[in-house]
Design a protein around this ligand. Structure first.
Ligand code: CA
Ligand code: CA
Length: 80
């Protein structure tokens, strides 16, 4: 986080974003599903996230309505 602060902008680091995306996308198909998002959060210690919460988060970031997040959608959200 200190790196991003040193650069001083709200623009996220695309390399970091890609790593984060790939960590969440556990089956590596290039899309994040609600189930993948939920287990990523659980691995981060956030066991309170239910499937429906994960679905709502995905839906709020899903630009084309296919119920999964592509890297573009993930990236767009980070840069909002
Ligand atoms: Ca996936
Ligand atoms: Ca989508």
């Amino acid at each position: 986080m200190t790196d991003a602060r040193r650069r001083g902008g709200p623009v996220a680091d695309i390399e970091e974003a890609r790593k984060q995306f790939e960590r969440i996308d556990s089956d590596g198909d290039g899309f994040i599903t609600a189930a993948e998002f939920k287990s990523a959060l659980a691995q981060g210690g956030d066991w309170n996230v239910t499937e429906s919460v994960a679905e709502a988060v995905i839906a709020s970031r899903d630009l084309n309505g296919d119920k999964v997040l592509s890297f573009d959608e993930f990236w767009t959200h980070l840069n909002k």
